[in-house]
Ligand binder design. Structure first.
Ligand code: ATP
Length: 199
């Protein structure tokens, strides 16, 4: 599994649609200060479901939409698509290529797609669970993150190892099941109350 392609349109400094092709192996992005190198990694974080404007170096989510320049009008939406080569079936789907897409409008409404089919953020999150790629994955190490990882609480550090060792999906499923059990117990209490009232 590796990152094959990134398409960016209306995201931060990229007003027009650009397509970046990556090969297997190491890719370096070089360019002058302020030319948009970090905006590329922000685009990767964002399409994987990042919800924090601060992490994307903005103050609100609208800041990620191309805001216009002296010569160019702002645009109404931002869209990023990330294509993963899955010929080794690392991702648990039967496609050899998986493309996730996120689009956001100035109204704040976000849309997510997996291989052009509309989906929920949760689906994208689940697709990448335990691969290290997801929103909370360790595959993007930003400036300062190494220090943060080393100095953070041991419980927080453990999450990184849990994601790497592949047990995160079981923890998430356990939490889901516990939540459903709790809801069912509350429903049972309500049903018993109603039965008692009727008797
Ligand atoms: P450095 O090497 O200094 O870290 P960089 O190549 O990583 O720079 P970025 O931080 O990716 O550069 O890009 C910064 C540029 O993106 C700035 O010129 C900024 O004006 C522009 N930019 C950020 N958000 C938007 C936006 N919403 N609309 C238009 N341009 C934007």
């Amino acid at each position: 599994m590796y990152l094959r392609k990134l398409e960016i349109q209306g995201f931060k400094s990229f007003a027009d649609k650009i397509s970046l092709d990556f090969n297997n192996g190491i890719t370096a992005v070089v360019g002058p200060n302020g030319s948009g190198k970090s905006n590329i990694s922000d685009a990767v974080r964002w399409v994987l479901g990042e919800q924090s404007a601060k992490t994307l170096r903005g103050s609100k989510m609208e800041d990620i939409i191309f805001a216009g320049t002296e010569h160019r009008k702002p645009v109404g939406f931002a869209e990023v698509s990330l294509t993963i080569d899955n010929t080794d079936n690392y991702l648990p789907v039967s496609y050899s290529e998986v493309t996730v897409t996120r689009r956001v409008y100035r109204s704040g409404e976000s849309e997510y797609y997996i291989n052009k089919t509309s989906c929920r953020l949760k689906d994208i999150h689940e697709l990448f669970l335990d691969t290290g790629i997801g929103r909370d994955g360790y595959s993007i190490i930003g400036q300062g993150r190494v220090d943060e990882i080393l100095s953070t609480k041991s419980e927080d550090r453990r999450l990184i190892f849990e994601e790497a060792s592949g047990i995160m999906k079981y923890k998430v499923r356990k939490q889901d099941a516990e939540r459903k059990l709790q809801l069912t117990e509350q429903n049972l209490v309500r049903i018993n109350d109603i039965i008692n009232e009727l008797e």
